[in-house]
Design a protein around this ligand. Structure first.
Ligand SMILES: O=c1ccn([C@@H]2O[C@H](COP(=O)(O)O)[C@@H](O)[C@H]2O)c(=O)[nH]1
Ligand SMILES: [Zn+2]
Ligand SMILES: [Zn+2]
Length: 602
């Protein structure tokens, strides 16, 4: 990380619970490999993570235990470092590939576009050859057109220090939104495959490791768990998941646990197991009394991704912590950011706008801002003029918050990275269109943003007033932090942050925080534009009369759901009735345009 983003917080920390076998886990990094420039809690970059992993490897080797690195996908889409380059991923593929990852798999985001899955096949798989697993994922080879596994289905290996024999799989949930150059086989079908059934019958295994871009409390993981347990009732199983962007830890049985490690480089998951058998390098040979424990112990820690945490967990400091390799990767990141001009400012936000930290609708809700200001100010296709129109978007199209202050090129991608354009159906009866939102919000959970699941883990507080909890502290280093002074623990000095409750209790987070309040948001929102006013003085859409016909505009990502909802309402619109609206525009460019026109920096 750059010095300006260095150690942010002098907060009380829980130590890492080291064991015989240890994991560092990342998931859903979505291009945030430069870390969070506006939030010190998450300000370490991928280079710092490389230093961290190298230092922990040294520690593991000193102690004679093992450390494995895992990544469970969604490495792309969500940050200028990936999305602003042409082609996308020009810098991040190489930056990410610098980390030495032992087991890795694909997320859904690698597969939305043929271009990005081909990148996996041509670059990421060869870079992690032998470690990239694709248990239920095929690709049509871009050169031959032949359908092939994206990577090997599973791997068996023995750990370096303890000699633990591990059989590992790498799954993706039953994703259906992929481009037509890949094939995702349903988990329930894959586990019937001969290769899988043979693999799980292997008796010379000390641990099954199932990594997946799959949430922990899902049918997919439950099916894999049951399939393994049908053959091996007693062998420990470690699951490492992702996709829902949350911190979570689930107990399937006393020898089977699962960890999910958040999103956007906010969290480095740490998992440890002690009491495993070590058939690969028999401890029994070295110690005739050695017995694997009847019930191994599992433990987890969610590390806030910042240097303060990294220094603490390595017992090192600013001068002793970074490795040459880590430093070089941090330089690669800052040079890529410069080339992409990610710090160029479009304007300055007058206040914070939250995805889930403010209720919707409200002054601080990013969705209120989008629906009330951005869309009305930007959605107009010259070929349709100022016809009354209604815009529908899924809230999942908005991925991150806006902080008060400079709004940069980078922020335009962190808020909305997707290249989905807009489409429309002309002259839809308003009597039908006005009923769409309610149907979309009730019937289409697939449209929910990942953060919806995040919010749904929190106690529902739909009517609770937004409390800022002094959020300024999260991204404004205190005097003591800047001076690097030691800090005595005192509750009133705690900073707001993640306070996770999971199947292990509420002691999983490394940094002790005061909680942040999260609010649920609907799946979709609508914006009504240029509706006929009731009187000459009317300025708000709520002061308008109902038009008879409107142009129904939506982001093309939700087209199939919009058409389905229209069918449900008794109409018969087909794909052929839809047309492109505002050719070449997407949410990223609309937001950038609106900010440039409305948010001055004084
Ligand atoms: O073009 C797109 C692609 C995705 N979305 C939204 O993202 C989630 C999936 O993201 P995860 O990181 O895998 O959770 C999807 O449900 C949509 O809400 C989008 O809006 N447009
Ligand atoms: Zn994701
Ligand atoms: Zn995902």
């Amino acid at each position: 990380a750059q010095p300006s983003a260095s150690p942010p917080l002098s907060a009380p920390l829980r130590d890492l619970p080291w064991g015989q076998l240890n994991f560092l886990h990342t998931t859903d990094t979505h291009g945030w490999h430069a870390g969070h420039l506006q939030e010190p809690s998450f300000s370490a970059d991928w280079g710092d993570y490389i230093s961290f992993a190298e230092r922990l490897h040294e520690k593991a080797d000193d102690e004679g235990v093992d450390l494995l690195l895992v990544d469970t996908g969604d490495r792309i889409e969500g940050n200028g470092l990936y999305d602003a380059s042409d082609p996308k991923g020009k810098y991040t593929l190489e930056i990410f590939g610098e980390q030495d990852i032992d087991v890795i798999c694909s997320g859904n985001h690698e597969l939305y576009k043929a271009n990005s899955s081909n990148n996996e096949y041509d670059e990421t798989v060869p870079n992690f050859l032998g470690n990239y697993l694709a248990s239920n994922l095929d690709i049509f080879d871009p050169k031959t057109g032949e359908q092939r596994p994206l990577a090997q289905r599973y791997k068996k290996f023995t750990t370096k220090n303890q000699g633990i024999r591990i059989l590992a799989f790498g799954f993706l949930y039953d994703f259906t939104g992929n481009a037509n150059n890949t094939v995702v086989k349903k988990v329930e079908d894959t586990i019937k495959d001969k290769w899988f059934q043979q693999a799980i019958r292997d008796r010379d295994v000390d641990l099954f490791l199932v990594i997946g871009h799959i949430q922990l409390r899902s049918q997919e993981f439950a099916r894999i768990y049951r399939a393994i347990r049908e053959q091996q009732w007693d062998v420990p199983i470690q699951f490492l998941g992702g996709h829902t962007h949350i911190r979570d830890y689930a107990k399937y049985d006393s020898k089977a646990y699962a960890l999910e490690s958040g999103r956007y480089m906010e969290t480095i998951g740490f998992m440890s197991i002690t009491g495993l058998s070590t058939g690969g390098k028999s401890n029994e040979a070295a110690d005739p009394d050695f017995k694997p424990s009847a019930s191994p112990s599992f433990s987890r820690r969610y590390i806030d991704n910042n240097l303060f945490s990294f220094y603490h967990h390595t017992s090192l400091n600013e001068s002793t912590f970074p490795t040459e390799h880590g430093r070089n990767v941090s330089s690669m990141i800052s040079s890529a950011r410069k080339k992409l001009q990610l710090d160029k400012t479009y304007g300055c936000a007058p206040r914070d706008y939250w995805t889930n930290r403010a209720p919707y609708p409200s002054k601080h809700s990013i969705f209120s801002w989008l629906g009330d200001e951005v869309l009305p100010g930007t959605v107009c296709d010259p070929k349709r003029g100022d016809k009354p129109r209604m815009v529908l978007t899924n809230t999942g199209a908005i991925r991150f918050d806006i902080f008060k202050g400079p709004f940069t090129v980078d922020n335009s991608y962190t808020v909305s990275p997707f290249t989905s354009g807009f489409r429309y159906i002309k002259d839809v009866p308003f009597s039908v269109a006005k009923r769409l939102l309610q149907i979309l919000n009730q019937e289409v959970p697939q449209l929910w943003p990942a953060s919806k699941s995040f919010a749904s883990k929190m106690p529902a507080q739909p009517n609770q007033a937004h409390t800022s909890h002094g959020l300024e502290h999260v991204y404004q280093p205190s005097e003591q932090m800047r001076l690097g002074k030691a800090h005595t623990y005192d509750e009133k000095d705690l900073t707001p942050g993640y306070t996770t409750t999971d199947d292990g209790g509420s002691d999983g987070d490394d940094t002790i925080h005061v909680p942040i309040t999260f609010f649920r948001v609907p799946s979709c929102l609508e914006s009504r534009i240029d509706f006929p006013p009731t009187s000459a003085s009317a300025t708000h859409s709520s002061d308008s009369v109902e038009p008879v016909l409107i142009d129904l505009i939506y982001v093309d990502f939700i087209q199939s759901y919009v058409l389905l909802a229209l069918k449900f309402l008794g109409t018969d619109y087909q794909d052929g009735d839809t047309e492109v609206y505002m050719q070449g525009r997407d949410m990223t460019s609309l937001i950038a345009e609106w900010v440039q026109g409305h948010w001055d920096c004084e």
